[in-house]
Design a protein around this ligand. Structure first.
Ligand code: PLP
Length: 445
């Protein structure tokens, strides 16, 4: 049996050229596929639930550009809206109607949001929300959770998830110790550890920032009472609670985690689905806080391309389609079918596995469950994951090339796609149990 991944000569040439001119050949680290020991996927186009490589091979896509594409690739209403907007001009650097329309939709959908500031990436959104929280409280310390990823700004590269975890990187060089020293980190879902931090530092703690469903250490849902517990402790100490909903927004429920779990945040960060695949993100919240942002207040934050008309048009079109079709319950049902199916396939082979779906986000760990935190997520064997991953990919199923990422589902994925995925997972698990299979072929990674 051949163990070599299919490589197209076309893609290999692009990958070689990319490595000559871009660090690791990529614009963002996890795209390099290093932790699974493979050549990266070099995409040529996407359509519905599938992404196609340069050689024209289609893969069932559960990455969906790391979350934004809840309607699948090249969803016609989004494509048409962007094309229309482009004909009116690519960027204005001036106020325009579409940004007001998208802000109004966010305020209508997301609980507690009265005002919105658009930015260009989730990193900018979380960075700006923390600046605002520090300004509003006059306190510098922030608390985050191990394995949560809030983008690559300096304060967040402390026990971070996503690519930082995938590549087993320590906290990044280049972040001054004075900056990382202002970020405290404790295990996810651990209110006792939170209490210890509040007892010692509560009066200096400006913000607690949390992924209300952790999606950057694999998918880890909040334990019952965790989010409520954070809310109570923040209220008692005068600390602001920031829900980083860049991933969970419009995914775990129409109004995000605040709606799903009935717990309110002071500030919310959004991205991914908000821009439907274009670089759009936002921070948002109560008017009394948001009015502190320049020019109404003195907290400075700006952006040449912020509120870009193409991004706004994409976001409006995607949210309007979600409004019209209301697919949330159906997406959750199908995500649960996928997770339950994978767990059943693993169990039939006597393999340990646990997993969950939260709206259209989902995740499986190949370890005894349940997993409550980053340490639990790291119990899964990375070599087994790499073998499993590669076997799935060879059979045309594209999962995130890391055990520390959530999966996503779109409205374009059909029940037949999910059934096919479960067949592939079964075959891949059979193959992954064969340890003689070298998951790191020469030359890859
Ligand atoms: N916050 C969360 C929860 C994320 O998942 C991400 C990205 O994956 C970010 C922030 C950073 O967003 P971006 O990559 O757009 O900077």
């Amino acid at each position: 049996m051949s163990r070599e991944p299919r490589r197209s000569p076309v893609a290999s040439d692009w990958i070689r050229r990319a490595r000559d001119v871009m660090p690791g050949g990529v614009s963002s680290p996890v795209r390099a596929f290093r932790s699974v020991g493979m050549e990266p996927l070099f995409a040529a186009r996407g359509e519905g639930a599938r992404i196609f490589n340069e050689a024209g091979r289609g893969y069932l896509d559960y990455v969906l550009s790391w979350g934004p594409l809840i309607l699948g690739h090249a969803a016609p209403p989004v494509v048409e809206a962007v094309a229309r907007a482009a004909r009116d001009g690519m960027s204005f650097g001036a106020c325009h109607a579409r940004e007001v329309e998208l802000a109004e939709r966010v305020a209508a959908w997301v609980p507690g949001v009265e005002m919105v500031r658009f930015v260009n990436s989730g990193t900018e959104a979380t960075m700006s929300a923390v600046r605002l929280a520090r300004a509003a409280t006059g306190r510098d310390l922030i608390l985050k959770f191990e394995g949560c990823y809030h983008g690559h700004a300096d304060p967040f590269l402390v026990v971070a998830g996503s690519g930082v975890a995938t590549l087993s990187l320590p906290d990044s060089p280049g972040v001054p110790a004075v900056t990382s020293g202002l970020t405290l980190a404790v295990p996810y879902n651990d209110l006792e550890a939170v209490d210890t931090v509040f007892a010692e530092h509560g009066s200096r703690l400006g913000a607690v920032i949390v992924e209300p469903v952790a999606g950057n250490a694999g998918l880890i849902p909040p334990r019952e009472g965790f989010l409520e517990g954070l809310r109570e402790r923040c209220d008692r100490a005068g600390t602001l609670l920031i829900f980083d909903e860049v991933m969970t927004g419009f995914r775990v429920a129409r109004g995000g985690a605040q709606e799903r779990y009935g717990v309110g945040a002071d500030l919310v960060t959004l991205g991914k689905v908000l821009g439907a695949g274009l670089p759009v993100a936002a921070y948002a919240g109560r008017a009394d806080l948001m009015r502190r942002v320049a020019p109404e207040g003195s907290v400075y934050q700006a952006g040449t391309l912020s509120g870009n008309p193409l991004g706004m048009a994409a976001g409006i079109a995607q949210l309007d389609e979600l409004e019209r079709t209301d697919p949330f319950a159906d997406l959750e049902r199908r995500a649960a079918t996928l997770v339950d199916g994978i767990l059943a396939v693993a169990s039939a082979r006597g393999l340990p596995a646990c997993g969950t779906a939260a709206g259209s986000m989902w995740g499986v760990f190949f370890t005894e469950g349940p997993v409550f935190d980053f340490e639990g997520a790291r119990r899964a064997d990375p070599e087994f994951f790499a073998r499993y991953y590669r076997a799935c990919f060879e059979r045309g199923v594209f999962f995130a090339p890391s055990a520390f990422e959530a999966g996503f589902l779109s409205t374009a994925h059909t029940d037949a796609d999910i059934a096919r995925t479960l067949e592939v997972v079964g075959e891949a698990l059979d193959e992954a149990q064969d340890e003689s299979w070298d998951a790191r072929p020469e030359g890859a990674g």
